[in-house]
Design a protein around this ligand. Structure first.
Ligand code: ZN
Length: 279
């Protein structure tokens, strides 16, 4: 199943650019708010599997908002790919490095983002959407608590992130528009292997990052185990699972996003998102 946020309404995607409005098709039982659908995910997926509603909505990518617009919590993981740990100069830690992106930074899959400084960097990431409350889950049960997957960019303002005696990950990664996500929430059964997906981003024809999610140090089940041992994970929460190598801050010379840049981020089976930048 692919679920889109079209102008703030949950839409079951049937083909590219078309789908069924969830509130209309379910006679108001689910939706229209895409976030509300996640609060009743098990019942919703059961309904969606049998209802198979006909497409009654056509949409363009400009109409798409973040598939999960108001998550109760957003977890983000740093240093979760070996090559990225090397380039960032951090030895992998004994626990996942965890911070938050404040939820107001979330935006859709075809966003225009204002650059607050000239040191804004890219980080393509697999984003996990929680579908069922998780407390102290086991590895074996972890995927059962996942509603779906989407593509995310953990845009990062490196100056504020790294200056001072202690890193300021959360704030420096939460400027307006710094959390592009989408294009859809895709259920794990739609992808070939949810633990091993090609992940990349590029500017024009130039590849910036290219890896596979199987190269994570802490894979998706392990992240759910570690996080849910501390916090309850709630339906509609997001987990940004970390970025592979190839960030601009680790290049010689360093390289950052500029007004006019068009960043395309892609994950196998999930589609792609496009982020445009302006001053
Ligand atoms: Zn990141």
């Amino acid at each position: 199943m692919r679920l889109a946020n079209v102008d703030g309404r949950a839409v079951l995607v049937t083909e590219e650019g078309a789908g069924a409005d969830v509130a209309t098709a379910s006679d108001g039982r689910f939706g229209p708010d895409p976030q509300a659908v996640l609060a009743d995910w098990a019942a919703f997926t059961e309904w969606a599997a049998t209802a198979a509603p006909a497409a009654d909505v056509r949409f363009t990518t400009e109409q798409l908002g973040p598939p999960v617009p108001r998550p109760p919590q957003v977890f983000a993981i740093g240093i979760n790919y070996r090559e990225h740990a090397d380039e960032a100069g951090y030895p992998p830690d004994s626990a996942p490095v965890t911070f938050t992106k404040f939820p107001t930074c979330l935006t859709g899959p075809d966003a225009v983002v204002a650059l607050p400084t000239d040191t804004v960097d890219w980080e393509v990431e697999l984003v996990v959407v929680i579908g069922r409350e998780a407390r102290a889950v086991t590895r074996e049960a972890a995927w059962d608590h996942v509603a779906g997957l989407t593509i995310g960019q953990d845009l990062s303002e490196r100056t504020a992130q790294l200056e001072g005696g202690r890193p300021q990950f959360s704030l420096a990664k939460s400027h307006e528009g710094f959390g592009p996500t989408g294009p859809y929430l895709v259920t794990p059964d739609e992808v070939p292997d949810p633990d091993d997906l090609a992940i990349s981003c590029r500017l024009g024809d130039e590849s910036l990052q290219s890896s596979r999610t199987s190269r994570m140090i802490y894979d998706v089940p392990e992240l759910l185990v570690r996080l849910s041992a501390v916090c309850a994970l709630l339906p509609g929460d997001l987990i940004f699972t970390g970025t592979p190598s190839g960030i601009g801050n680790a290049r010689t010379p360093k390289r950052f996003l500029r007004a006019g840049d068009v960043l395309v981020s892609e994950i196998e089976g999930l589609g792609s998102i496009r982020t445009r930048f302006r001053d």
